[in-house]
Design a protein around this ligand. Structure first.
Ligand SMILES: Cc1cc2nc3c(=O)[nH]c(=O)nc-3n(C[C@H](O)[C@H](O)[C@H](O)COP(=O)(O)OP(=O)(O)OC[C@H]3O[C@@H](n4cnc5c(N)ncnc54)[C@H](O)[C@@H]3O)c2cc1C
Ligand code: FES
Length: 363
């Protein structure tokens, strides 16, 4: 055990030194006011140096996606820094390909503003807004999933694409954090935003949303995300979800049938047990109204004694494989845990879908 002592002492010294440097940077070094130039003169900002690029942009109401709340764990906050961002940090390299590094991609939550910065961000992010809304109702749809319906206060309307998401601000002991939640209400209801939230035990954002009460005010930014529905009505739509991955699918399906009542669309939804099934009755009704809509739920866990289920069983990618014939022009939207996304993507590629036609959010 004696060999452990030097290791513990060295680690302690290293941590103390790193902590000291962080505090010294915060307290002693004043970077003054720095200029941020966005999209070659499109927007010019003056911000206090010393903060992260993500915070500096947030302070100017430019909302970059940050699904992990700035912890350097999601890579959603990628921006292109053309000059002034300093060297790429070890906390960024796992999320950046060599090509991205060469083109200046950086994680905005890891870049510190220490000098003037030239930045490029997608134009649509400049239109992302901060919304306040009141909780209109909450409904438990399963033992761990709640539907939360928000009526917008300011601005009164949101314009989003089916499958996009919002970032909800949740209080935490260390200050507010943001968490991403897909918008489940359809695009033709611009005055509301509905969310479908699975409770993660001990999770900050999901616990907050599971406890909001009717009349509470909720703040969020949005819309974010790259899901874009193909406008060609001949292209079949395939939605595959699991758990709270239902939210974007619901938006896509209802928005789709409002606009193209005849369009072909599949919903494959994976649940573990019958306890996890929700919205199935509603989708079966929708399928009666729109004969080109097919809905398939599958249970992955074996049935418990006394549990009734005459639908499909097994992992959802097996159902996708079983039902979809190859060679049809399709676009697919996938939402759920990473192993599900990977397995379904493989099946869809075997059926002839190109990577560009497969959109996904892993969570
Ligand atoms: C684009 C996008 C869209 C999303 N849409 C939805 C949605 O519609 N509905 C929804 O419910 N969620 C959605 N999520 C996930 C959501 O953003 C949060 O990550 C999730 O609610 C957990 O956040 P939290 O603050 O409750 O937990 P945290 O406080 O972040 O985490 C608490 C602990 O739980 C662990 N943990 C975090 N997430 C999970 C998980 N999924 N399963 C198990 N353990 C976990 C963490 O490692 C940590 O130890 C989406 C995520 C992304 C990136
Ligand atoms: S906000 Fe998640 S990596 Fe930057």
């Amino acid at each position: 055990m004696s060999f452990l002592l030097p290791v513990v002492v060295l680690t302690g010294l290293f941590l103390a030194l790193a902590g000291g440097l962080i505090v010294a940077e915060r307290v002693l070094i004043n970077y003054g006011i720095c200029q941020i130039d966005i999209n070659a003169g499109g927007r010019a900002l003056e911000v206090d140096g010393g903060q992260t690029l993500l915070s500096a942009l947030y302070g100017e109401e430019i909302f970059i996606p940050s699904a992990c709340g700035g912890r350097g764990a999601c890579s959603y906050c990628k921006v292109t820094v053309l000059s002034g961002g300093g060297p790429v940090l070890p906390t960024e390299t796992p999320y950046l390909t060599r090509k991205e590094v060469r083109s200046g991609a950086r994680l905005a939550c890891q870049v510190k503003v220490r000098e003037d910065i030239e930045l490029r961000i997608p134009e649509e992010l400049l239109n992302v807004k901060l919304f306040s809304a009141t909780v209109e109702r909450t409904i438990s749809v399963t033992h761990d999933i709640k539907e939360v319906r928000l009526a917008l206060l300011e601005p009164e309307e949101i314009s989003h694409q089916p499958g996009q998401y919002a970032q909800v601000r949740a209080p935490s002991p260390d200050g507010p954090v943001f968490r991403a939640y897909s918008i489940s209400s359809p695009v033709y209801e611009p005055r509301v935003v509905e969310l479908i939230v699975r409770l993660v035990p001990g999770g900050i954002g999901s616990t907050y949303l599971h406890n909001v009460q009717e009349g509470d005010t909720v703040t969020f930014t949005g819309p974010f995300g790259e899901f874009r529905l193909n406008e060609d009505p001949q292209v079949e739509i395939v939605c595959v979800g699991g758990g709270c991955g239902m939210a974007p699918m619901r938006n896509i399906i209802y928005s789709l049938y409002e606009r193209w009542p005849e369009r072909a669309c599949w919903l494959f939804f994976g649940c573990r047990t019958t306890q996890d099934i929700f919205y199935l009755d509603e989708y079966e009704q929708l399928a009666r109204e729109h004969p080109n809509f097919r809905v398939i739920y599958a249970l992955s866990d074996p049935l418990e004694p006394g549990e009734q289920w005459d639908g499909e069983t097994g992992f959802i990618h097996l159902s996708v494989d079983k039902h979809l014939e190859a060679g049809v022009k399709r676009q697919a939207f996938l939402c759920g845990p990473p192993p599900m996304i990977e397995a379904v993507t493989r099946v869809l590629e075997e059926k002839g879908l190109r990577p560009d036609d497969i959109f996904y959010d892993k969570f």
